[in-house]
Design a protein around this ligand. Structure first.
Ligand code: SAM
Length: 213
C-alpha cells in the first residue's frame, strides 16, 4: 500500500516520499538562486500590494510577515512604508541577497532563513496584521500546506489579511503544484476568502485575499 495513505500519523512524521518531495523542492529552488537572479525576481512590487499599503483605504502600518520573500523586494518595500516586517525564505542565498538589499535601502526587516511551514522553529511570533505570499504556497508540497495555514492562523491578529499570489493547478507539469480558491477555503479554517482575482499571466494565476475572522 502507498505509505502516504496510511494516515493519521503523528505531526512531524513524514513518509519517505514526503521527505523526497521536500528535498527536491529545496534543491530546485537553490539551483535557481545559484545561477544568478531567478526568473521571477522582477525587483518590482506588485500593484496589488501597493494598493493595500498606499491606495484608497490603505491599511495602517503594522506588523507584516512575508512568506518566501526571495531577494527581498517586497519586505524592503513594506519596511520603507513603516511596517515592522518579519520574513522567511527557505534558500540561504536568497536570504543573504535580501539582507544586502535591505541594508542598502537603510531598513531593517527581520529576514530569516526558515521554512514557512515550520514557523515555530524560528523567532517569528505574532500577532501579525498582514501576511504576504508572492508565489510561495503554490510550490509547497501538499503535505506541508496545512502546517503553513496553521502557522499563519496562530500568528494572525483579529481581522488580519493574507494577500497571496499563486499559480493555479495545472499551470505547471508538476501535478502537486498550484493553489486554488477551493483549497484555500478548506485549509484556512477561521479565515474568509474575501477576494479571488485572476492574474494576467499566460497560465492560470490568482490573487487571493483572506481575512482572519
Ligand atoms: C517563486 S519564488 C518567489 C520569490 C519572491 N516572493 C518574489 O516574488 O520574488 C518562491 C520563493 O519562496 C521560497 N520558498 C519556497 N518554499 C518555501 C518554504 N517552505 N518556506 C520558505 N520559503 C519558501 C523560495 O525559496 C522562493 O524564494
Amino acid at each position: 500500500m502507498d505509505e502516504a495513505r496510511t494516515s493519521p500519523r503523528p505531526e512531524g512524521v513524514r513518509t519517505r516520499t514526503e521527505i523526497e518531495q521536500e528535498r527536491a523542492q529545496r534543491d530546485y529552488l537553490e539551483a535557481f538562486y545559484r545561477e544568478g537572479p531567478p526568473p521571477w525576481d522582477t525587483g518590482v512590487t506588485p500593484p496589488e500590494l501597493v494598493a493595500l499599503v498606499e491606495g484608497d483605504g490603505a491599511l495602517p502600518a503594522g506588523r507584516a510577515l512575508e512568506l518566501g520573500f526571495g531577494t527581498g523586494t517586497n519586505a524592503v518595500y513594506l519596511a520603507r512604508h513603516g511596517w515592522d516586517v518579519v520574513g522567511v525564505d527557505l534558500v540561504e542565498r536568497a536570504v543573504e541577497t535580501a539582507r544586502v538589499k535591505a541594508a542598502e535601502a537603510g531598513v531593517t526587516p527581520r529576514l530569516l532563513h526558515a521554512d514557512a511551514t515550520r514557523l515555530d522553529e524560528v523567532d517569528a511570533s505574532g500577532p501579525f496584521d498582514l501576511f504576504f505570499d508572492l508565489s510561495c504556497l503554490c510550490g509547497i508540497p501538499p503535505h506541508r500546506r496545512d502546517a503553513y495555514a496553521a502557522g499563519l492562523t496562530r500568528r494572525a491578529a483579529p481581522g488580519a489579511l493574507l494577500l497571496m499570489f499563486g499559480y493555479g493547478p495545472g499551470a505547471f507539469d508538476d501535478p502537486t503544484a498550484g493553489v486554488s480558491a477551493e483549497e484555500l477555503s478548506t485549509r484556512f479554517s477561521g479565515w474568509e476568502l474575501v477576494d479571488t482575482t485572476p492574474g494576467t499571466n499566460p497560465v492560470p494565476t490568482f490573487w487571493f485575499t483572506l481575512r482572519r475572522d
